[in-house]
Design a protein around this ligand. Structure first.
Ligand SMILES: C[S@@+](CC[C@H](N)C(=O)[O-])C[C@H]1O[C@@H](n2cnc3c(N)ncnc32)[C@H](O)[C@@H]1O
Length: 382
């Protein structure tokens, strides 16, 4: 199906992709319009002492072209290495000495929300499951100690080089899968098995997903004319298009979430996130998990939620943040007295379905969970 817009490129979405879209809230026309939205470029500046003028000069842009993303400022106030700026396409990032020193880092602005929602303390030891190619891991390693695990060795090599460039000595990377299926396949005792359950202060599960919310990623599969020459590669790179594969993917996400929660300390926090619009990969994974895990409880997110979450696209209505849903959960003490919760619900403030109409880089689903001590409340603030 080809759709044209004189103002933008045309994207010839293959049948399999159109079929996949029926599992998301977007029609083919709406999704096509999202793909046509302007692509923005963002960087994270790690050195909090660098002034705007210095950053602009080093990236060879005018200072007025360097715009700090306003909704990420709340995270940067708490963690000064998380400053994020929108920059023009012309910015000389890789040529800059800030790149060599690891002080500038290309990011999707939305990645910062996952790290900000986890909000680790400096003494925390955080596990990131699905950590490659290392964008969020490097953000985390600036804040606390991190162990990263990923099944893809090639992507882990990229993560390792990022860690090296940023001179992050407090992170450790492991190449392995974390689900029971992976353990069967590799037939070796995974190193992560060395960890007893309940060991990490925080866990980030940036689950493998269909990537349909990452518009930048999807655009890459179309040529300059937006024609279909790379559709083959779109289907190759999105192996989750068929219904059978989608079911398999949701199962993988569920297993990754369960494994992450198992390794989380009581009172610890877990973030589950994807960059997919599909409910099956987001809310449904969380619902299924909550239905079987009595120690998990939805938890308010560390930013204000809109009254009607469907109507607001970002923690604040800004085009830089794209996403589908953000939710947070707590974990309760293992105890026979803990009553089973009623069916999964999305209480106000714990979940927000983002509307990416004004999106630039991609969608994001985030869920935050917490293990709770002794059934007592952990408190509202993070
Ligand atoms: C969305 S990407 C992660 C992006 C990364 N967190 C970042 O910020 O750069 C998903 C990752 O999940 C990994 N993955 C898929 N199945 C896995 C499994 N069973 N165990 C561990 N990692 C897995 C993939 O190799 C891929 O790198």
């Amino acid at each position: 199906m080809a759709q044209d817009d004189s103002a933008g490129r045309s994207f010839d979405l293959p049948e399999a992709f159109l079929d996949y879209l029926t599992s998301t809230p977007y029609s083919a026309e709406e999704y096509h319009a999202l793909l046509q939205s302007p692509e923005e470029r963002y960087v994270r500046i790690r050195d909090p002492t660098l002034s705007l003028a210095t950053i602009a000069q080093r990236l060879q842009v005018d200072v007025t072209e360097l715009v700090e993303v306003s909704w990420t400022k709340r995270f940067a106030q708490r963690h000064p290495t998380l400053r994020v700026f929108r920059i023009p396409e012309t910015a000389a990032v890789r040529q800059s000495d800030l790149y060599d020193s690891g002080d500038v880092f290309g990011v999707d602005a939305s990645s910062i929300a996952c790290v900000g929602a986890l909000d680790p303390e400096p003494c925390d030891h955080v596990l990131e499951i699905c950590c490659a190619p290392g964008t969020k891991l490097c953000c985390l390693a600036d804040l606390c100690t991190v162990t990263g695990v990923d099944i893809n060795r090639q992507r882990l090599t990229v993560a390792r080089s990022q860690v090296k460039r940023c001179k992050l000595s407090n992170s450790e990377l492991m190449s392995e899968g974390l689900t029971p299926r992976d353990r069967k396949q590799t037939r070796k005792r995974p190193k992560v098995e060395a960890f007893a359950p309940d060991v990490f202060d925080g866990v980030l599960v940036d689950a493998e997903c269909a990537h349909d919310g990452s518009l930048k990623h999807i655009r890459k599969f179309f040529d300059e004319r937006g024609k279909t020459s790379k559709l083959q590669s779109l289907e190759e790179h999105m192996p989750w298009l068929s219904e059978a594969k989608r079911t398999e993917l949701a199962q993988l996400q569920f297993e990754l979430l369960c494994r992450g929660f198992q390794l989380l300390k009581e009172g610890g926090k877990l973030i589950y996130c994807t960059c997919s619009f599909s409910e099956a990969q987001n809310e449904e994974v969380i619902r299924r998990f909550l239905a079987q895990e009595p120690r998990a409880q939805m938890d308010p997110l560390p930013w204000e939620m809109p009254e009607n979450p469907v109507e607001r696209s970002t923690p604040e209505p800004e085009p830089e943040m794209n996403g589908t849903l953000t939710a947070r959960v707590r974990k309760l003490l293992r105890s026979p007295e803990v009553p089973c919760r009623p069916a999964f619900d999305l209480p106000p403030g714990t979940a927000c379905r983002f509307d990416p109409q004004r999106s630039a880089t991609g969608a994001l689903f985030i869920a935050r969970l917490r293990k709770e001590h002794g059934g007592e409340g952990v408190g509202e603030g993070w």
